[in-house]
Design a protein around this ligand. Structure first.
Ligand code: G3I
Length: 315
């Protein structure tokens, strides 16, 4: 009997997880069964982001986040909290950028304290800040940086740590799998935060990748090593290996081989504490809507059948 991803991840000491879509969780029993059988570390694809959960000043909408958290609680899952501070999916009352610094800082503190406290029994780690470095490897200009200055990152991590001293706190970003200007800027930024005594514990590597153009594995290994040298943990937080056009035996094989390589490098690093796909099944994936002509990026197909990428980790 083939092991599930959940069993394989727990046996390897690297929990395997998936992002959860609230709407699908409500409506699709097959999806709920798949999440329970195959994954042990869940994250909300959208429900815990500031826009959906904090739509108006002082007003929270916990319904979708509670639905996913309650599902996790009742099925023995742990959770990744995604995400406390991001420039995207901000509520309009923040996004319009008209709040004075003092008011925005107070609102951010209250947001972090409220959300972290509510889920501290089930969320073991948080993406405190997401994507603060631009594609140019420079600090990304956002409503947070423009209004509060670069210090907003440290404020957010300190507030999250006060709200839940047990939580493992991550900085999360994309295109930082390999050694490249953006991952180097990330390392430098986090190094500076550590020197200032800011409680950053890990780096989240999103892993939005292409099956037929996998990363340079030597550069990935070197990047994983330097994260460990900082005394940080790391997690793969949003993995998908998108395939162009219709999947073929060859493209599915490539996807499986890349998944295996990445998982092996994570395990060999000795400091990877999670391996999370950005969804469980191709039936609910952001990829086709965002990358035109691409899809089939997740470990289970639209009918919840395991693809080779799912089985390379359970053999
Ligand atoms: O819930 C509303 C719905 O009420 C409305 O009718 C509909 C049409 O406007 O929009 C729905 O919200 C959408 C939401 O997904 C839920 O489906 C947003 O418009 C849409 O922008 C949002 O996209 C999400 C995207 O982040 C936002 O940037 C994707 O699902 C989600 O997969 C994606 O995830 C991000 C990570 O959080 C961070 N890393 C990159 C990753 C991919 O962009």
């Amino acid at each position: 009997m083939t092991r599930s991803l959940r069993e394989a991840g727990e046996a390897a000491g690297m929990p395997i997880g998936a992002a959860v879509a609230a709407k699908a969780l409500k409506a699709d029993a097959g999806y709920r069964n798949l999440l329970n059988r195959e994954f042990s570390l869940l994250t909300c694809e959208n429900a815990m982001k500031m826009g959906p959960i904090h739509p108006a000043p002082g007003r929270y909408d916990f319904r979708d986040a509670d639905l996913i958290a309650d599902f996790a609680r009742s099925h023995g899952h742990r959770m990744r909290g995604h995400t406390l501070v991001w420039h995207n999916q901000c509520p309009k009352w923040v996004d319009h950028g008209k709040l004075p610094a003092k008011q925005l800082a107070k609102a951010l503190d209250a947001h972090i304290r409220t959300v972290v406290a509510r889920y501290r029994d089930v969320v073991s780690c948080w993406d405190v800040v997401n994507e603060a470095i631009g594609d140019d490897a420079k600090p990304r200009p956002t409503v947070w940086s423009r209004t509060l200055g670069a210090g907003y990152l440290g404020r957010a991590f300190k507030t999250a740590h006060e709200a839940d001293p047990k939580a493992v706190l991550f900085y999360n970003d994309y295109n930082i799998e390999e050694v490249n200007p953006k991952s180097t800027a990330t390392i430098r930024m986090v190094e500076g935060m550590l020197r200032s005594g800011i409680p950053v514990h890990g780096i989240g590597i999103q892993g939005h990748l292409m099956a037929d153009r996998p990363p340079d594995w030597k550069k990935v290994k070197a990047n994983f090593r330097r994260i460990g040298e900082l005394g940080l943990v790391m997690q793969i937080t949003e993995l998908d290996f998108r395939i162009k056009g219709r999947p073929t035996a060859q493209s599915l094989r490539r996807q499986a081989d890349a998944t295996r390589r990445l998982a092996d490098l994570c395990l060999e690093s000795g400091h990877c504490t999670g391996f999370v796909w950005w969804g469980a099944t191709d039936k609910y994936s952001w990829v086709p809507g965002f990358f035109r002509g691409y899809g089939h990026a997740l470990p289970f197909d639209r009918s919840f059948r395991p693809k080779p990428a799912a089985r390379v980790l359970t053999a």
